[in-house]
Design a protein. Structure first.
Length: 105
């Protein structure tokens, strides 16, 4: 029962707010009516212009080569991987195997 009463109260409040006139519609202004009449008359006199097609330039000019090989991201990635592998090999060679392994039997 409480839910029904609350729902009706909310709906009644929403309807009351939506039915209140706004400040611009409650006052009549003769100047606004004349402006609307002038706008409608001037719109009827003018011929509608067809829409103009936009000018789109899709011309691509590419002069010269693609730049230097070392500025290509693919070669930069290959170089970075190679550098990591070289550093890994140097570190593993410097560590060594830790000497000889002695097995006791």
């Amino acid at each position: 029962m409480r839910t029904l009463m609350l729902t009706l109260a909310i709906l009644g409040g929403a309807l009351t707010l939506s039915l209140q006139p706004t400040s611009s519609s409650s006052t009549f202004s003769p100047g606004a009516a004349i402006g609307v009449a002038t706008l409608n008359a001037s719109a009827a006199i003018q011929d509608p212009q067809p829409p103009q097609k936009p000018i789109i330039n899709v011309e691509v000019k590419r002069e010269g080569g693609g730049g230097q090989w070392y500025t290509n991201p693919t070669w930069v990635a290959i170089g970075a991987i190679a550098a990591v592998l070289v550093i890994l090999l140097v570190v593993l060679a410097a560590r060594g195997s830790g000497g000889t392994t002695v097995l006791r039997g």
